[in-house]
Write a protein that binds this ligand. Structure first.
Ligand code: IVH
Length: 686
C-alpha cells in the first residue's frame, strides 16, 4: 500500500474534523466553504479508490448509511438517570434545593458550590468513545435499555467522531441532541415550499430526526448536541468536580454549552436562574429551565440517589412556553387598520406564566396551512411578551379523539363572516398578493376609529394640532367622537370634562379644529385614510379630478387614467367609496364646513392641463421654477423630475442639460418661457 495515500487520508480527515469543530462547536469557521468542500471531495475520491482504507470515523461517513429495519436495543452499562424537577418556578425553587442539599449533607451552615447549566429541550443521548473513537450512540429509553442510533448521531457535525487527546479505554459522554431554532425555521421553510407538513417545534424535530431509520433523511434535519454528563468511564482519571469534567470534555473537542457557571450558595442559584430567564428568548435554541448540580464529585457520591434520581441535582424550570389544548371556536378580530385576524378561542391553559384562552392564527393562509379547525387539539405557544400563537394541530390527539372524518370544516374566513366585517358590517376585501383580509369601513368601523381619527388629524392630513393619542383614546372611549365628522361638533363644555384638559388647551384644540376646515382637496382625500392612497396619490387624484364630486363619481377605468394609479389603488378607492358609511361621513364632513378651492367648473369639468406631465429644466428668464410649477399645478398639470416617454412637455431655460437632450431624443415637445406663458394663457380659467 502506498504510504503517501494513507498519510494523505489521515491528514485530510484530521483537517476536515478540525474544521467541523471550528464551525459547529466553536461557531468560528476557519476556512471558506469552497475550501472545505475541496478537502471533502479529495477524501471521498481517495476512499473510493482505496475502499480498504475506509473507516467509520471518517468524516465522509457522517452523511448517512444504509436504511435500518429498526433500532437495536442497547443495555446501558451505567443506568441513564432522570433528574428531579423543582416544581416551584419562583426563586423558592432554588432556595428549597440548596436547603435540602445542606440538610442532607448534615451541614446547614455550609456554602455549597454548584455547577449551573441550561436545561436543553431535546433528547438525551449516550455517546460511547473507546480509545477516543466514537463507537456507539444510543437513546435513554427506559434508563436501563436504549436504542442504537449511532448512524443518525454520526450526522451531527458537532459530535466528534474522534476525541482530541483522549486515551481513556472507555468514555461515555451524555448530553442532549437538539434542533436549533434556526435549523428548525429553515427546515420548516423548505417543507412549506414543497407543500409538506412542517415540524411543530424544535423538540419534536430532534426526536423525529433521531428516530429516522434512514440516516440520509436524518442528516436533512440537522441537529446539534451539548454534553452535560457521563456514564461508564474506564482508564481515565477524573477531575474532582463536575465543572472540571465539562472543561476536559471541552478540550477533547466535545460541544459543551458556554453558559454554564460555577456559583456559591442559594444566592448564586437564584441569580443564575434569573439571569438565564432574561436571556431565554434570545438563545439560539429552546430551553425549559436550568439545572443545578452539586459541583464536588465526592459530595455527589456521598449524597447518592433516590429512586433513579440523583439527590445532588435538580431541574429548576421556567414557565412552559408550549401547552396542548383544544380549540373551542375561531373568532375574527378587526385590527386598528382594518386587518382581520383569525383568533383561536381555547380551552383555557396555563402557558408562559399566564392563563391563555385566545391565541392568534395570524391570517387565513397560516390557518389553512396548519389546518386548524374548531374542535382540534393544538399546541399553543407563549414565549416572553410575544402574543400567544397556535403552533400547530396535534393530529394524533385530534384524530384519536374524533377521527379525521368528524373534524370541523377547513377554515374559510370569507365564508365565516359572510363577507362582512364582524364589527361594522362593511364588506371585506383581500387584495392580490396580500395575506390579510381587511374591513373597508375605514372611517366608520369602531375597531378602526382611533387610528382613523389620528390619521385624519395628522400634520399632512387636516393638521389638527393637539389631537394626539391620549385625547383620541378618551374621545372614542367616552363615545364623544365616532367619526372624524364628530370632531366638528366638539365644544368647550364637552372638552372641559376630559382628563388632563385645561381651559387653555381646550381653546387651542377648538381653534385648531376650526382652522382645519380650510384645507385643500388633496389633504382632504389623504385624510380619509383610503387604503393605498398616500399623500402623493391623493395629490394626483385631486389634480386629476379637480373636485370631490368628480372623484366620487369616478369608476375604476376613470381612476386608472390618473398617473400612477393602477388596478390595486383603483380597487381600494372603489371599495372605500362603495361603503355607504364612508360616503355618509364624507357628506357630514362637508356639511360641517370643511372647504377648499375647487378648480373645476360647476359642471365638474376637469382642469385643462390635468393628466399632462411637465418637466422643468434650466433657468427661465423671468419666472422662478417654483412659480412655473405652481402655475402649472394650478391648472391640474403634474410637474415631474425626470423626462420619460410619458412626459408631455419639457420647459427649458438657460443651461438646460441632460433633460433637454433626453426630451429631444424621445421627441417630447420643448417649450421656452414664452411658450409656457402662452400655454398657461390658453388653458387658464377665464
Ligand atoms: S443531567 C443524572 N443536565 O433533562 C442527571 N440533564 O431529567 C442526568 N437535560 O433526561 C441529567 N439539560 O435529557 C442534565 N444540563 C442538563 C440537562 C439535562 C437537559 C435533560 C436530560 C434529562 C432531562 C430530565
Amino acid at each position: 500500500m502506498n504510504t503517501t495515500v494513507i498519510q494523505r487520508i489521515a491528514q485530510l480527515r484530521a483537517e476536515i474534523e478540525r474544521n467541523n469543530h471550528a464551525y459547529y462547536v466553536l461557531d468560528a469557521p476557519s476556512i471558506p466553504d469552497a475550501e472545505y468542500d475541496k478537502l471533502f471531495r479529495e477524501l471521498q475520491t481517495l476512499e473510493t479508490q482505496n475502499p480498504e482504507l475506509l473507516t467509520l470515523d471518517s468524516p465522509t461517513q457522517r452523511v448517512g448509511g444504509k436504511v435500518l429495519d429498526g433500532f437495536s436495543p442497547v443495555r446501558h452499562t451505567v443506568p441513564m438517570l432522570s433528574i428531579r424537577t423543582e416544581t416551584d418556578i419562583s426563586d423558592q425553587g432554588a432556595i428549597n434545593f440548596d436547603a435540602r442539599v445542606r440538610r442532607e449533607l448534615g451541614d446547614p451552615e455550609a456554602i455549597i458550590e454548584y455547577c449551573c447549566e441550561l436545561k436543553f429541550d431535546g433528547l438525551a443521548i449516550n455517546l460511547r468513545y473507546e480509545h477516543g473513537m466514537l463507537v456507539q450512540a444510543c437513546t435513554r429509553g427506559d434508563g436501563e435499555t436504549g436504542e442504537d442510533v449511532t448512524q443518525n448521531i454520526r450526522t451531527i457535525r458537532s459530535i466528534p467522531l474522534r476525541l482530541f487527546h483522549c486515551h481513556a479505554a472507555v468514555l461515555e459522554v451524555r448530553g442532549e441532541a437538539y434542533m436549533s431554532r434556526r435549523d428548525f425555521e429553515v427546515y420548516n421553510e423548505r417543507q412549506r415550499e414543497k407543500g409538506l407538513p412542517a415540524l411543530v417545534n424544535p423538540r419534536n424535530g430532534a426526536a423525529g430526526s433521531i428516530r429516522q431509520l434512514d440516516s440520509a433523511l436524518a442528516a436533512r434535519r440537522p441537529l446539534s448536541f451539548f454534553a452535560y454528563g457521563w456514564g461508564d468511564i474506564q482508564g481515565w482519571t477524573m477531575p474532582a468536580s463536575h465543572s472540571a469534567v465539562l472543561d476536559e470534555f471541552d478540550k477533547m473537542g466535545l460541544p459543551v454549552n458556554a453558559d454554564r457557571e460555577v456559583v456559591n450558595g442559594t444566592q448564586g442559584l437564584v441569580d443564575f436562574h434569573r439571569h438565564i430567564a432574561t436571556m431565554r428568548d434570545s438563545l439560539p435554541f429552546d430551553i425549559d429551565g436550568v439545572v443545578y448540580k452539586v459541583n464536588n464529585l465526592a459530595l455527589q457520591s456521598r449524597m447518592g440517589f433516590v429512586s433513579r434520581e440523583p439527590r445532588w441535582a435538580v431541574a429548576h424550570k421556567f414557565p412552559a412556553e408550549e401547552q396542548m389544548t383544544v380549540v373551542r371556536d375561531i373568532d375574527i378580530q378587526v385590527g386598528r387598520t382594518g386587518k382581520l385576524t383569525p383568533v383561536a378561542k381555547l380551552e383555557p391553559v396555563f402557558v408562559g406564566g399566564t392563563t391563555v384562552s385566545n391565541a392568534t392564527l395570524h391570517n387565513e393562509d397560516e390557518t389553512r396551512r396548519k389546518d386548524v379547525r374548531i374542535g382540534d387539539t393544538v399546541i399553543v405557544r407563549r414565549a416572553g411578551d410575544v402574543i400567544p400563537e397556535v403552533v400547530g394541530v396535534v393530529l394524533d390527539h385530534t384524530s384519536i379523539r374524533q377521527g379525521e372524518q368528524h373534524r370541523g370544516e377547513p377554515f374559510d374566513l370569507y365564508q365565516r363572516l359572510g363577507g362582512k366585517c364582524p364589527v361594522c358590517g362593511s364588506s371585506i376585501v383581500r387584495e392580490e398578493g396580500e395575506a390579510n383580509w381587511r374591513c373597508t369601513g375605514g372611517l366608520f368601523c369602531p375597531a378602526q376609529r382611533k387610528e382613523a381619527l389620528l390619521h385624519f388629524a395628522s400634520r399632512r392630513a387636516l393638521d389638527i394640532e393637539g389631537l394626539g393619542d391620549k385625547l383620541v383614546e378618551q374621545l372614542v372611549d367616552l363615545q364623544l367622537v365616532k367619526t372624524p365628522a364628530d370632531l366638528y361638533h366638539l365644544n368647550m363644555p364637552v372638552l372641559a370634562g376630559l382628563e388632563r384638559m385645561g381651559e387653555k388647551s381646550a381653546n387651542n384644540l377648538l381653534e385648531a379644529i376650526t382652522q382645519s376646515k380650510q384645507t385643500s382637496l388633496a389633504r382632504f382625500i389623504y385624510a380619509l385614510g383610503i387604503r393605498n392612497v398616500g399623500e402623493t396619490t391623493a395629490k394626483d387624484l385631486a389634480r386629476h379630478f379637480g373636485s370631490l364630486d368628480n372623484l366620487l363619481a369616478a369608476d375604476e377605468l376613470r381612476l386608472q387614467q390618473v398617473p400612477d394609479v393602477g388596478p390595486i389603488v383603483a380597487e381600494s378607492i372603489i371599495a372605500f367609496l362603495a361603503e355607504p358609511h364612508n360616503r355618509e361621513v364624507i357628506t357630514k364632513l362637508r356639511s360641517s364646513g370643511i372647504n377648499w378651492t375647487e378648480h373645476a367648473g360647476e359642471h365638474g369639468m376637469i382642469l385643462k392641463l390635468s393628466g399632462k406631465t411637465f418637466v422643468l429644466t434650466g433657468t427661465l428668464p423671468s419666472m422662478s421654477r417654483e412659480e412655473a410649477k405652481a402655475a402649472l399645478e394650478a391648472l391640474g398639470a403634474k410637474v415631474a423630475g425626470s423626462v420619460s416617454k410619458k412626459t408631455d412637455y419639457v420647459v427649458a431655460g438657460a443651461e438646460a442639460g441632460s433633460k433637454l437632450n433626453k426630451a429631444r431624443e424621445l421627441g417630447v415637445p420643448v417649450l421656452d418661457e414664452q411658450g409656457l406663458i402662452n400655454l398657461l394663457d390658453e388653458n387658464g380659467e377665464t
